[in-house]
Design a protein. Structure first.
Length: 242
């Protein structure tokens, strides 16, 4: 019975290690800048800002462009619940060349986890296809002036996460894992989408935080476990002596 109590007590103590109340997590700042483009200035303007523009407008219209709008901060973040970092917008307007073919977006996100500030840097690469507006069929295989091609053939935006997809931080004996999930379009994670002409088309950048306690026994637990093992050794010797 003594053996069972000692072992059970040590096991229960070990299992209780790492149990902690949920941390208070705040997203304190987000910045997104277009840090590279092809072609470069003056064909594409706005590098190192949150908005780039390109093309010669058709019939006195607007230039096409990309913009990243950071979410309002501070914002409370709940573990295992996706949270917004910002919105990507493609201003898709009829233009003449030169057109964007590539852009790089650098996003810096700062989190406050129980008073400890941590920063995650993510870099996204965008491939842009400015398709012929009057093609029949359109580049996506659909009919012109129908569906996503309702205002002329849709353009294609493709994005991928280059670096900084995830990071982890050890705070107060707990590992926090930050995953910058990517861009969501029509409610689903996407790596490309077709954007309507003469419209502003948006996708949302989302992240997710999970945590896991570090399973390292505390001194009191180690002492209890040691007593349990000592008791087992004493009882073994007593049986041998008898």
């Amino acid at each position: 019975m003594i053996k069972q109590l000692l072992v059970a007590g040590a096991t229960a103590a070990m299992l209780s290690v790492g149990t902690a109340s949920a941390a208070v997590i705040n997203l304190t700042s987000v910045t997104g800048l277009w840090t590279a483009t092809v072609p470069t200035a003056p064909d594409v303007t706005g590098q190192n800002t949150n908005e780039i523009r390109w093309g010669t407008p058709v019939s006195g219209g607007n230039k096409s462009g990309y913009r990243f709008d950071s979410v309002a901060t501070p914002a409370l973040v709940t573990e295992e619940v996706s949270f917004n970092l910002g919105t990507f917008t493609h201003f898709n307007y009829p233009i003449y060349e030169p057109s964007l073919t590539f852009a790089q977006l650098t996003v810096q996100s700062t989190l406050d986890i129980d008073g400890v500030e941590e920063t995650v840097m993510s870099v996204f690469e965008f491939q842009h296809w400015e398709t012929p507006n009057e093609a029949k069929p359109c580049a996506n295989g659909g009919a012109n002036y129908s569906g996503v091609n309702i205002n002329g053939c849709a353009d294609r935006v493709t994005f991928s996460l280059n670096v900084g997809a995830s990071d982890s931080f050890l705070i107060g004996g707990v590992n926090y894992y930050v995953d910058i999930a990517g861009f969501f379009y029509d409610g689903a994670l996407a790596d490309e989408f077709w954007t309507k002409e003469k419209k502003t088309n948006t996708a949302t950048l989302k992240g997710l935080i999970t945590s896991r306690p570090v399973s390292v026994p505390e001194p009191s637990t180690l002492a209890l476990l040691g007593l349990g093992l000592l008791g087992l050794g004493v009882r073994r010797k007593m049986r041998q002596a008898a």
